[in-house]
Design a protein around this ligand. Structure first.
Ligand code: NI
Length: 218
């Protein structure tokens, strides 16, 4: 399942992060690419510093606070986040993300866009499947969550600067279809509660969701 989550960060939060990012030092993004991905990766990423860590901590807090993110990803753990920057001519060619990062299995990848889409050209995230290549370029503060199993790339930036935070999730639910069923059940449970409160139907649905999670979680 692929999901866009709007407004993970507010406009004010994004503006503050963009300003803070101006003061950071950036390293070559090849440092965190796998052997093959490094051959097609040409971007920069923020070097470790207290200022960078403050930005990433705010993003982590926003993800933890997002009901939709938690419902869609069922995170067991997140990899350390990366603040990435693409300037004119920079790109990340077609690749698949490493299956394991720092001892975590990468089930889901995400990109949180920080730059205003009008402020740069190119830089869309392209996710390929056997039928089509989808181009994703979101408003600042919005996030795309997608399976780490996909081939994807970032189009060359031809003007301006694309700033984003990327990261990976090891999910409690390894299987994508099971994860989607739990996501759908979350919506159903919420809808039933909104309509008729804690009814017998709500109890049955909530019990089923809970027991499926118990059955599948690892
Ligand atoms: Ni990738």
């Amino acid at each position: 399942m692929m999901l866009v989550i709007d407004s993970v960060l507010s406009a004010a939060e994004v503006a503050a992060m963009r300003e803070a990012a101006q003061t950071l030092t950036f390293d070559d993004g090849k440092l965190t690419a796998g052997r093959f991905a490094a051959t097609v990766k040409a971007n920069d990423q923020a070097a470790a510093s207290p200022q960078r860590d403050a930005i990433l901590a705010k993003v982590n807090a926003a993800l933890a606070a997002s009901t939709l993110f938690r419902s869609a990803a069922r995170p067991r753990a997140l990899t350390p986040l990366i603040l990435s920057r693409y300037r004119q001519g920079q790109t990340y060619g077609l690749h698949v993300d490493d299956a394991m990062m720092g001892g975590l299995r990468t089930d889901l990848s995400f990109t949180l866009f920080l730059a205003d889409p009008e402020s740069y050209d190119g830089g869309a995230l392209i996710i390929e499947d056997p039928f089509e290549a989808r181009a994703i370029k979101l408003n600042a503060g919005d996030l795309i969550l997608y399976p780490s199993t996909t081939l994807h790339r970032v189009e060359p930036v031809t003007r301006g600067e694309r700033l984003a935070v990327v990261g990976w999730v090891q999910s409690l639910i390894r299987d994508e279809a099971q994860r989607e069923m739990l996501f759908d059940l979350d919506q159903a449970v919420d809808a039933v509660f909104a309509e008729s409160g804690k009814s017998p139907l709500f109890d049955k649905l909530a019990k089923t969701r809970s027991n499926l999670l118990r059955m599948w979680a690892e």
